[in-house]
Design a protein around this ligand. Sequence first.
Ligand code: NAD
Ligand code: UFG
Length: 354
Amino acid sequence: MLIKSEASKVRVLVTGGAGYIGSHTCVELLNAGFEIVVVDNLSNSKIEAIRRVERITGRQVPFFLADIGDQAEMRRILESFPVDIVVHFAGLKAVGESCEKPLLYYQNNVTGTLILCEEMDRAEVRKMVFSSSATVYGDPHTVPITEDFPLQATNPYGRTKLFIEEILKDLVAADRLKQADEPWTVTLLRYFNPVGAHQSGTIGEDPNGVPNNLMPYITQVAVGKLAKLRIFGGDYPTRDGTGVRDYIHVVDLARAHVKAVEAQLDQEPGQVFTYNLGTGTGYSVLEVVRAFEAQCGITIPCEIVGRRPGDVAECYADPSLARQELGWQAEKGIGDMVRDAWRWQSRNPEGYPD
Ligand code: NAD
Ligand code: UFG
C-alpha cells in the first residue's frame, strides 16, 4: 500500500478530469497526496469544475484544454509534464446519441484512446486505469453480475467500451509475448450507476439539456425545471415492476480509483485487472423516488409510461472482487446519494456557470 509521502512523488494524468466522475476523482487523488494533471477538451464540461476542485482541496491543478485525439498536443503534454500513470475518463457517454452518431463515438472514444495509448507508449507510460461500464454485460442472464460474465454490447456507446477493453488487453498480451521490460498494465473499472455529488455541494453532475439519467431528472423535477418524472416501464419482473439498478455514490466511485491507482503501482506490471464498481444492492426506480422524497422532503410527481428501448429489468454488481483485491467497498447508502445529489442541484440549479 502506497503511503502519502510516496503518493506525492507520483503524478497522475487524468483525462476527462473536468467531467462528473473525473472531477470527483481529482479531489480524492489530491486528498490522497497525488500530483495530478488534467487534460479535457471541455466538450461536456466546464473549467469551473476544475476551479472548484482547487477550492475544495486547496491544491492547484495543472489543466490542458486539449483533445486526447490530438496526437501532437498529447505528445507535447506528456513531454512537458511527465506522468507515471493515466486515469482515462475522457469519452462521450450518451447511449441515444451514440445510436444516432456512431462514427462520432468510435472516433472520439476508440480513436482517441488509440492516440492516447500511442503517445503514452512513446513516453514510456504504460499504466492505465480505464473507465469502463456495466453496459459491457449487455442484458445479463442473471444478477448479481460478476466480472467473468459474458460480454455483449447493445449500442455503439457500449461497443466503444468493449472495443477499448479489448484493445487494452491486447497491449498487455503483446508485451507479455515480447517479455517487455516495462510492459503495459491496465485496470478496467466497470461502473454501475454513478449518482450523487461531493458533500460540499460545489461539484456534481451537470448534464447538457434534459437529463437522460434518473437521478439528475429527479433533482431537476424537484428544483422545478421539469414538470414530472416519467417512469419507463411498470411491468418489469421486479418487486414493484420498475427497473432495478445498482446506484453508487460518485465519491465512493472516485475513492475506488485511488485504490486502483495505488494497487496498480504496487503490483507486478504486465497484468490486466478488472473490477465491478457497485454497491451490490439494487434499487427500483420507485424506491429511488421514495428515498428522495423521504430524505429531501419534496414530492416528485411521477407517471408510469412504456419501457425505454434497450433497458434491462435488473442490473446490479457482485462487487466482492474489488473488496478482496483493492480493499475497497462502497460506504455511502441511498440516503447519502439522494441528499448529496439534491444539495448540488439546489445550490447550482443551472449547473456550473460558463
Ligand atoms: P462526463 O461527460 O461528465 O466526463 C467526460 C469528460 O471527458 C468531459 O469533461 C468531456 O469534456 C471530456 N472529453 C470527452 N471526449 C474528450 C476528448 N476526446 N478529449 C478530451 N476530453 C474529452 O462523463 P462522466 O459521467 O464523468 O463519465 C466519465 C467516464 O466514465 C466516461 O468514459 C464514461 O463513458 C464512463 N462511464 C460513465 C457512467 C455514468 O453513468 N456517468 C457509467 C459508466 C461509465
Ligand atoms: N429511468 C426512468 N425515467 C427517466 C430516466 C431513467 O424511469 O427519466 C429509469 C430507467 O428506465 C432505468 C433507471 O431509471 O430503469 C436508471 O436509468 P439511467 O438512465 O439513470 O441509467 P441506465 O442504467 O439506463 O444507464 C446507466 C448509464 C449508461 C450505462 C449503464 C450501465 O447511463 O451509460 O448505466 O452502466 F451504460
